[in-house]
Design a protein around this ligand. Sequence first.
Ligand code: OSB
Ligand code: MG
Length: 367
Amino acid sequence: MMIKQVILRHLKMKMNFPFTTSFGTFTDKEFILVEVQDENGASGWGESVAFTSPLYNEETLKTNWHILEDFLIPMIKDKEISHPDEVSALFKPIRKNNMAKSAIEGAIWDLYAKRENLPLATALGGEKKEIEVGISIGIQKSVDDLLGIIDGSVSEGYRRIKVKIKPGWDIDVIREIRRHFPTIQLMADANSAYRLQDLELLKQLDEFGLTMIEQPLASDDIVDHALVQKHLTTPICLDESIHSYEDARKAISLGSCKIINIKIGRVGGLTESKRIHDLCMEQGLPVWCGGMLEAGVGRAHNIALTTLTNFTMPGDTAASSRYWERDIIDPEVTVHNGLITVPSKAGIGYDPNIDAIESFTVRKQNY
Ligand code: OSB
Ligand code: MG
């Protein structure tokens, strides 16, 4: 196939609720939607998960636009691409900027799957017909508010509850949650809020039977995490620290984690996500699919990836209606009893709704 046109759109969508992590609060979601078109005018869609500020990682919406416009789009336009696996190889000379790479690589995967008349999940080698999902709950004003949200999420059927923690909102909060919900699958995500000196505090989390603790230490660390893991019975899951297959390989060999959260954007695309998935499967580590408060296109990509065999733990892909008054795809993503039915249509399996997309678009450019 040949990519003849690329359309970048900057969308701004209001979130249904503020989402607070240890590094900041999101009230709106701004992101880039990438549309690629082939010689027949057929479209593939991808979504960048870069935020507007470089607080989760170093990328932003504006750096992604720059890298896409000045480097990545020229690298793929008017070139014969026989399989999307070739795209990450083409992008290899460009260092990092994984979320920018992933947004356009994802669009090419969608287009490829549509041309092959295959669901994206099948094109990736996934076999599950439904996937299990959990929910990620931000830091709240009070523990009572948090308990209320957990109660609602458990009643809705979400298979695992993740709560955000930070210094001052950790041990006492988790203790309270466990007192009210002694048996739920519960985990905590620190988004890099702790340091090695906090080891004693982290060890206290062991008494609560958490499924895992996600990214306690620095976003670029795999060395100190190995030290912490040696002292904890709770498995450590790495998120921010894993940018590639190579990072995953090193983290596994150091013993820095027992579980990996795969985010397609963070690792530079679906091809790299699959490689990390396969490596973890060989090495006996479970993986799950992380979330970045995606709109529908990104959510659809997450669902397709999660159909791979070693995604054995519920991910963060909650229902569209949790985040958005109106999502940008038809149908929206729905969750019943903690399960999402994998769409059987070709490509990402959900139709981008152009009217909704246009209504959220603040900038658009064709290349
Ligand atoms: O660390 O997984 C994270 C949201 C924004 C930035 C980082 C993270 C998150 C989430 C939300 O946990 C997951 C979601 O609901 O999409
Ligand atoms: Mg995380």
